[in-house]
Design a binder for this molecule. Structure first.
Ligand code: SF4
Length: 379
């Protein structure tokens, strides 16, 4: 058995699980079906459903959304959700859990059975307890002097061990909000890397990474830049990548002579709006965000860092994309018939064990109170 102070998986095993999940989802090039969108809207009106959609989702999911956003925006929105609603959470399990922790009064359903997260899988609450204990002993300080900042991409059992949650929009601001000089940071080592030189705190990082963003290599970035610089289209170039990308990618982007930023998905949307002079954007994150930007700014060009091929797993989060409009319709139909067994057949009813809720809720509420930290100028 692996020691508790070591991550539960390797980068390679996380990657293989992504590929395995990728094979189970609806093809990404399936045409958008307006009739299905209409049907989902009709069913939504008939039921008491509220549809929450992450920015990475398919275009058809965004067409039926009552709320769209990144994980910070969705956590904030959860606090304000109307009472008595059934929340159809078109995201992944850890995000739906966050809503359930903040709003245990609501029924929350993820319309998929594959809504995992390769990053959240890296750490458990039990591991965090062992890690905090061993690091406090190593530093010769009481455990109470060693707070944990936990990335929101984690499960409820881990959140219940956190002092405060952060998202990629406010990791630095959350770390800086603590009075302590030593801080544990988990589970994303790349997010840690993106902020470690901007704080005076002694940050101690867990070894986890997002199996999607870790696939963006320096070589892909250089190829994308080369394509744009030598290509026929002329115009001002900008480049943005997500802080879950690998350190060498983050360093390279920050050193470029073009307008550049390392930002959360919500931060990228704001950054593009703040830079109307840029004609061509190169972007390193999940493809759903790029699709949203293309819709909002049809006169601009948005290129992924990677050259996406439908036979590879890079740039597409299969956990997010395991949600489909057909799945949402099946859940909404079951809901309209009051058929709980059918809801569970087509989706996952999110339950968070009672013992995790109070502490996890405090940690999330602290994060929301700190606010976003990635305005139009980046971190
Ligand atoms: S993109 Fe990465 S961190 Fe986000 S849900 Fe997918 S696996 Fe998890």
């Amino acid at each position: 058995m692996e020691p508790l102070t070591r991550p539960r998986q390797t980068r390679e095993s996380a990657r293989l699980r992504v590929i395995d999940t990728w094979e189970k989802i609806k093809p990404l090039d399936a045409p958008i079906n307006g009739a299905l969108i209409d049907e989902a809207r009709r069913l939504k009106e008939r039921t008491n459903a509220f549809v929450v959609v992450h920015t990475y989702q398919r275009i058809e999911m965004k067409a039926i959304a009552d709320a769209i956003g990144d994980s910070f925006a969705l956590a904030k929105a959860a606090q304000e959700l109307p009472a008595g609603k059934v929340v159809i959470h078109c995201t992944v399990d850890f995000m739906a859990e966050t809503t359930k922790i903040l709003r245990p009064d609501l029924t929350v359903v993820v319309p998929s059975h594959y809504g995992g997260c390769g990053l959240a899988d890296y750490v458990t609450g039990e591991q965090i307890r062992a890690w905090r204990s061993s690091e406090a002993a190593r530093l010769g300080i009481p455990e109470s002097e060693l707070p944990l900042v936990l990335y929101i991409n984690s499960y409820a059992n881990a959140k219940a061990e956190a002092d405060v949650i952060c998202t990629s929009s406010n990791a630095l601001k959350v770390v800086e909000s603590l009075p302590h000089s030593n801080v544990l940071f988990a589970p994303d080592r790349n997010l840690y890397y993106s902020i470690r030189n901007r704080t005076t705190k002694n940050l101690i990082a867990w070894e986890g990474s997002c199996p999607i963003h870790q696939e963006f290599t320096l070589e892909m970035l250089e190829t994308a830049l080369d394509r744009v610089e030598r290509g026929p289209q002329r115009g001002k170039i900008g480049i943005m990548v997500h802080p879950e990308c690998m350190p060498e990618v983050l360093d390279c982007v920050r050193g470029l002579r073009y307008v550049n930023a390392v930002l959360s998905t919500g931060g990228m949307i704001t950054f593009v709006r703040a830079h109307p002079e840029i004609d061509i954007w190169i972007i390193g994150t999940e493809i759903g965000l790029i699709e949203s930007l293309c819709q909002e700014h049809p006169s601009k060009t948005f290129l992924p860092v990677y050259e996406h091929k439908s036979c590879d797993a890079s740039c597409v989060c299969p956990y997010m994309k395991s949600v489909s409009i057909e799945g949402v319709i099946a859940v909404l139909k079951a809901l309209s018939e009051g058929n709980v067994a059918a809801i569970a057949q087509h989706g996952k009813l999110i339950e968070v064990p009672e013992q995790f809720i109070p502490r996890a809720r405090i940690a999330i509420e602290r994060m929301v109170a700190v606010g976003r930290g990635d305005g139009p100028t980046g971190y």
